[in-house]
Design a protein around this ligand. Sequence first.
Ligand SMILES: NC(=O)c1ccc[n+]([C@@H]2O[C@H](COP(=O)([O-])OP(=O)(O)OC[C@H]3O[C@@H](n4cnc5c(N)ncnc54)[C@H](O)[C@@H]3O)[C@@H](O)[C@H]2O)c1
Length: 348
Amino acid sequence: MRKFRVGAVGAGGIFKIAHVPGWKALPDVEIYAVCDVDLARARDIALEVGATHVTTDYRELVKLDLDAVDVCTPNKVHTPAVLAALEAGKHVLCEKPLAVSTEEVRAMGELADRKKLKLMTAQHFRFASSALAIKSWADAGHLGEVYHARVRAMRRALVPTTPGFIDANLAGGGPCMDIGVHALDTCMWVMGFPKPLRVTGTTKVNFAKGHKIHGMWGEWDRQRFSVEDFAAGFVHFENGATMTLEAAWLGHQTENEDMSFQLFGTEGGVKWPSGEYASVAGKTFVQGTLTYWQRIERPHSEEIRAFYECVVNNRPSPVPWTETIKVIAILEAIYESERKGREVTVKL
Ligand SMILES: NC(=O)c1ccc[n+]([C@@H]2O[C@H](COP(=O)([O-])OP(=O)(O)OC[C@H]3O[C@@H](n4cnc5c(N)ncnc54)[C@H](O)[C@@H]3O)[C@@H](O)[C@H]2O)c1
């Protein structure tokens, strides 16, 4: 019987470490084709997964008889690769950030809708036990109305060293786009995706051009470094809620990485990923830790399974573009606010 055929575009770190095990865990799926501008890398992965087609051009890959395309290239290549796959009639799973502007997200999303194809952003944190516990508890009403969120994606000395992350022409943004997107997406999902209205933000290069903090993942090209190494924002939502967002690859802090959010609601509060919650009953402070009923070992694999199942069962995308566009709009507005030196209206 013919298996579900996947074509991979971008066979680098995340595809090899997270996507290959995810696809391999699905018995009715085969990775049929691999595309990477680095031919040797594409060949290596194709050999490992038993793919029959290898190419350096995604426009060739999308012409093949595939069911879906999995895009794992540097951020700025996402849009042309996703649009080409959708134009060719393929469902698409694409790594985060789906794109670095709302205009691009809308172009992809509207094309997918027009062609009745699935488009999913690979936000794997939504599929982890910690986020699922908090989401389920919040959906049961324990937070009440969320009036404030504190979101952090702060690293001490973890700069991804490849050009795809540090060159603005390939990445389109630094930690704000790279890891801010994870914590922000997960937080917005728990909040139920309120509409962002206004943002004040800043982006800075504090350390990445110098040598004060050594990167724990090794050296990077300081000449080529053309994104921020720190970003912060303040968001106003249509429902009256507010949010602070901080993202960094380098900075003086004790934690190697603080990827977290905290929600403050009228009935309760909660922290991700710890699941610590707080509330009040009469004159008693109530607190504890949320535990999901299942332990999920590989959230990336769950994300890939969710994509596969939405395609074969014709269900809605588990991470639809209509949600992603609100996340990208906030991140885009942080950069715009830095450029304009003032608060900006979110483009939605
Ligand atoms: N969800 C996660 O946990 C997670 C983690 C890391 C990276 N990512 C995302 O995955 C994407 C890739 O990151 P990575 O760490 O694998 O980077 P990487 O640099 O290891 O791999 C990217 C690959 O894309 C290839 N490539 C570049 N341009 C291409 C093109 N035009 N056509 C085909 N291939 C091309 C490169 O040669 C490279 O092999 C990024 O968008 C990043 O934000 C997600």
